[in-house]
Design a protein around this ligand. Structure first.
Ligand SMILES: C[S@@+](CC[C@H](N)C(=O)[O-])C[C@H]1O[C@@H](n2cnc3c(N)ncnc32)[C@H](O)[C@@H]1O
Length: 229
C-alpha cells in the first residue's frame, strides 16, 4: 500500500445503511449484510457494552483501527451521550475520507438533527489532537499507520476494524497484536469481525486469550480477545 488511496465508491448494504467499496482491493468498508448491523454487533455490543457490564468503569478508553467512515465512532459517541458513560476515543486512519464522502453516507438518516451534527463534527474536528465533543465523549483522531509506534496506554477496548487479512495481511500479524497487547489496561479486550484461524493464531502468539462469539448476520463467527481471563 502506498500513500495515495485508490478510488472509493458508495454502496448500500442489506440493512439499508451505506458503505464504501474499493474496487482496487475488492474490499468494502463494512459487511455487505449490513454496515450498521455489523458495527452494533461487533463493536458496540460485544465490545463496549460487554466491557461496561463486566467492569463498570468510570471512563472507557477505546482505540479504533481504521476511522474510515466514522460509523463506529458515531455509534459509540451516540451511545455515550445517551447512556451518560464517559468515553475517550482514539482512532487511527491512514487514508481519511473527504468531508463530502463522509456526508454522502446515510448513517444519521431518520435520526433527529442533533445526531447529524454529531456525525459531522466527528469528521470535521482536527487530526492529531484531543477534541472534547461533550462531557461524555472526546475523540483523538490520529492520521497515521497502525504499524507506527503508538503513543497511548491504558486502552480498555481495541476496535480492530482493518480491511480483511486477504487485502492487508501486514496488519493482522503477531507483531501488530503484540503492539496492542502492550498498550492495554489490565482488563483490556480487543474485538474484531475477523474469525480467521491464522489471525487467531497470530493473536495467541502475542499472548491474547481468544473467545469465539457468534458473528453478525451473514457471518458465522467473530473474535473477542483478552489480556487477562
Ligand atoms: C474496514 S475499513 C474501516 C471501517 C471504519 N471503522 C468505519 O466504520 O468506516 C478499514 C480502514 O482502515 C484504513 N487503513 C488501511 N490501512 C491502514 C493502516 N496501515 N493504518 C491505519 N489505517 C489504515 C482504511 O483507510 C479504512 O478506512
Amino acid at each position: 500500500m502506498n500513500n495515495t488511496h485508490p478510488s472509493r465508491e458508495l454502496k448500500y448494504t442489506a440493512d439499508g445503511s451505506a458503505t464504501l467499496y474499493v474496487p482496487h482491493w475488492d474490499e468494502h468498508y463494512h459487511s455487505v449484510h449490513g454496515a450498521i448491523q455489523e458495527s452494533n454487533h461487533v463493536f458496540i455490543n460485544a465490545g463496549l457494552k460487554y466491557f461496561i457490564e463486566e467492569y463498570s468503569p468510570d471512563v472507557v478508553r477505546i482505540y479504533e483501527v481504521g476511522f474510515g467512515t466514522g460509523l463506529n465512532a458515531f455509534l459509540t459517541a451516540k451511545w455515550a451521550l445517551e447512556n451518560q458513560i464517559r468515553i475517550e476515543y482514539y482512532s487511527i486512519e491512514a487514508y481519511p475520507l473527504s468531508i463530502e464522502e463522509a456526508l454522502s453516507l446515510n448513517y444519521t438518516e431518520g435520526f433527529e438533527s442533533q445526531w447529524l451534527i454529531l456525525y459531522e463534527e466527528l469528521h470535521r474536528v482536527s487530526w492529531n489532537e484531543k477534541n472534547r465533543i461533550s462531557d461524555y465523549f472526546s475523540i483523538h483522531k490520529i492520521n497515521g499507520k497502525i504499524e507506527d509506534k503508538m503513543n497511548v496506554k491504558d486502552i480498555d477496548i481495541v476496535y480492530f476494524d482493518a480491511f480483511a487479512p486477504s487485502a492487508q495481511p501486514e496488519l493482522w500479524t503477531e507483531d501488530v497484536f503484540q503492539s496492542f497487547y502492550n498498550i492495554m489496561s489490565k482488563n483490556g479486550i480487543l474485538v474484531t469481525y475477523c474469525a480467521k484461524g491464522a489471525v487467531r493464531r497470530a493473536m495467541k502468539a502475542a499472548d491474547w486469550k481468544i473467545e469465539k462469539l457468534q458473528g453478525p448476520p451473514g457471518k458465522r463467527e467473530m473474535t473477542r480477545a483478552y489480556i487477562s481471563k
